[in-house]
Design a protein around this ligand. Sequence first.
Ligand code: ZN
Length: 318
Amino acid sequence: MSMPGPNTHSGSKLAFKTEMNFDYGVAIEVAPGVRRMVANNPGPFTFKGTNTYIIGQGDVAVIDPGPEDAAHLSALMEALAGERISYILITHTHRDHTDGVSALKAHSKAPVLAFGETGRDRGARTTSPSGKAFVDLDFTPDETLSDGDVIQGNDWALDVIHTPGHAPDHLCFALTGERTVFSGDHVMGWNTTVVAPPEGHMGNYLTSLERFLERKDKLFLPGHGGRIETPQRVVRAYLMHRKMRESAIFNCLKSGDSFIPQIVAKIYKGLDSKLAPAAALSVLAHLEFLVERGLVQCEDSPVAIQSVFSVPQPSPSP
Ligand SMILES: [Zn+2]
């Protein structure tokens, strides 16, 4: 999922890539040995739909089956006729990525690999930016994956990178030796990622973004939207964007605002009212991270949408 809407406060305008070449139900090669099929579940949080990726030839892995959709499943099985699915890999357990798992598993008999149980307080209906239950609470993988694991296929291998932030269980997969990363909903070119507590965590998200600064990837293939051919630049821009948003929020508090709706009204000017809850959750994520570092104070723990926030006053010198 991602957060649509203007990112217009001065200086942080991001150049989103919104063109994408695809037809629903058709698998096209998007990188050597990588095919992509877009599921027909477009929306304000899913862009054109969820991307399902096929890695390898003959003996393949499928990343993110997508929503429960008979047409998507049969198109996928048709595209893979005569091939064998060895693994079903999950970037994170949001329903637009996992609802299609059981049907694909029933057809392919392939094991499902994902990060698994996080133990963290998971998103509830009320905290979903789209207003619906979006976390697949019933999901249990056949095998759990950890950071640093390698998934080996016939003529391909994937390195597992744990990237909590959008979701606590979020994984990216890097094609070994190819400088290509399946970035899931962690980094998408068409919009910024939703980081909505309690499911999302801003501090983790930024740390997970920074990990990619140390890498030399040349291509990101995201969970929604087209190929990202300048991933390093996009990651730097997204980090910068979050830093600017954090300082804008901090400045609101310094100027006397103490409630999230006041801050949203100031920094998301002209926001579609339907997107106000998502904007409020994004501001909450920033405030939670500021509180964790002692830069902002709040009496509630955990912090909540209706909490009162303030900047600590310097204690008078003795
Ligand atoms: Zn998604």
